[in-house]
Design a protein around this ligand. Structure first.
Ligand code: G4P
Length: 458
């Protein structure tokens, strides 16, 4: 990722642009808030989550932003941390995210994956992780809520390795669990970090240790926990790979920190990790060539686009999301079918939904990631195109893009006409209700590739 590139000017090299991905409730908001706290962007925790009165008034906040040269807005937060400039790009939406979330992930150079120590890898984490993987984004993992009963450390690591097919290397190792959680051993710096339970906003006390045999360990860690720590770390050294920056940067290895965002524990170590190991602004692919961050005309990277833009300005590679909910759509007035088609194509182009035109029959099938998106679409079509529409159940529940050699494609399409549709680019999509169907086709047509997402140039 960084090989052979001439060094970037310091002002560019110190930038770290990243997003936080997680399943709802894992602690993304809390972690974001602690980042802002340690980045000097806010003075008291609780400001990001708090609403109304409790929240600093907007004007105060803007003054603070000006004074400190930070900016906190709905979609990106910039602040300094040590010698680094952090840009934390917010991934919008929570349980009902859309392509916007994915789009955001095209703008970052790295991602932090937050998981709940008791729950492990959850569905939304996995989806977002897959999007990061499409770009081989470096990922730092934060295993949160270690102050609560959580799973065995090896079990958590195994689950990530198996579920997400990525090497995991411990950057820290938790000591004790739940109520007995005491802190963590910082493997990368040979340090002992002790959590302060009394003050949630205080950074952990760090004690420099010279290896696991340092007698000072016993001053801070009870004998049973210390014995367990030594045993665990020995096993970890045997079983788990050591941190390797190149593997981290090419997305094949993730370092994991164990902490408790609410107790400010492990957060600073994670921030240090992004600063020390995270990538500076990376080259971005465009239709014609790669653009590097230090080219004089470059001032930024635009990652949000809207329908009806000049196509020349839309050359960002955006991974297409896998639609998980499919519904038919009809214009309230059947005479307006053509108008509806135009509106749908524009939303498809914008990335607000997937639109499929079945080969047989009339009408369209719309695919989205979250149910709310149907309502949003219906109201946008009505507002922006003065076209009342109705969404209705579809016989299909899954869509797969199909690619392969011409002859096999023709044969496949011919025998599956009732299941075939085209997307807004005219690409062939297979629609079905049964997972079994997909497996059967993969068996019957081994030369074809069925994929749930499609990398598209928009
Ligand atoms: P999200 O943005 O990923 O959805 O998560 P968020 O930060 O809102 O955290 C979800 C819940 O988990 C919150 O509790 C939060 O206080 C709690 N939490 C976050 N980090 C930790 C941690 O390290 N340890 C423990 N024990 N809890 C943590 P809540 O009850 O939903 O909200 P609130 O009552 O705290 O406001």
């Amino acid at each position: 990722m960084l090989d052979n590139a001439p060094p970037l000017p310091p002002e560019i090299a110190r930038r770290r642009t990243f997003a936080i991905i997680s399943h709802p409730d894992a602690g993304k908001t809390t972690l974001t808030e602690k980042f802002l706290l340690f980045g000097g962007a806010i003075q008291m925790a609780g400001q990001v989550r708090a609403k109304g009165e409790a929240r600093r008034t907007r004007s105060d906040f803007m003054k603070l932003e000006q004074e400190r040269g930070i900016s906190v807005s709905a979609s990106a937060m910039s602040f300094d941390y040590r010698q680094f400039r952090f840009n934390l790009v917010d991934t919008p939406g929570h349980s009902d995210f859309s392509e916007d979330t994915y789009r955001t992930l095209t703008a970052v150079d790295a991602a932090i994956m937050v998981i709940d120590g008791a729950k492990g890898v959850e569905s939304q984490t996995r989806k977002l992780f897959e999007v990061c993987r499409l770009r081989d984004l470096p990922i730092l993992t934060f295993c949160n809520k270690m102050d609560r009963e959580s799973r065995d450390t090896f079990e958590i690591i195994d689950e990530i390795q198996e579920n997400l097919a990525i090497d995991v290397t411990p950057a820290s190792w938790p000591i004790g669990v739940g109520r007995d959680f005491l802190g963590a051993y910082d493997i990368l710096h040979d340090r002992l970090d002790i959590m302060d339970r009394a003050d949630r906003n205080r950074v952990a006390e760090s004690i420099q240790i010279s290896g696991l045999n340092d007698p000072r360990l016993a001053d801070h860690v009870p004998a049973d926990l210390l014995a367990r720590l030594r045993e665990d770390l020995e096993m970890a050294r045997e079983l788990l790979p050591a941190f390797d920056r190149a593997s981290f940067l090419n997305g094949s290895m993730t370092p994991i920190w164990f902490g408790s965002a609410i107790n400010s524990f492990g957060v600073r170590e994670l921030m240090d990790g992004i600063g020390e190991y995270g990538p500076p602004p990376q080259p971005q692919k465009t239709a014609e060539r790669q653009i590097t961050a230090d080219e004089p005309p470059v001032t930024g990277f635009v990652f949000k686009v809207q329908a009806n833009m000049d196509p020349k300005h839309r050359d960002t590679g955006i991974p297409s999301f896998a639609p998980e909910l499919l519904q038919g759509v009809r214009a309230g007035d059947p005479m307006k079918a053509k108008h509806l088609e135009k509106a749908l194509m524009q939303f498809a182009e914008e990335g607000a939904a997937k639109v499929f035109k079945p080969m047989i029959g009339s009408g369209f099938i719309v695919g989205v990631v979250g149910a709310l998106q149907f309502e949003v679409l219906a109201s946008r079509i009505e507002e922006e195109y003065s076209l009342p529409v109705r969404f209705e159940g579809s016989q299909f529940t899954s869509a797969r893009w199909v690619t392969g050699p011409r002859e096999a494609m023709d044969r496949f399409v011919n025998v599956n006409r009732g299941h075939i549709a085209t997307d807004h680019d005219g690409d062939i999509v297979y629609l079905t209700r049964l997972k079994w169907d997909i497996e059967r086709i993969e068996r019957d047509f081994p030369e074809l590739k069925l994929s749930a997402t499609k990398e598209m140039m928009v």
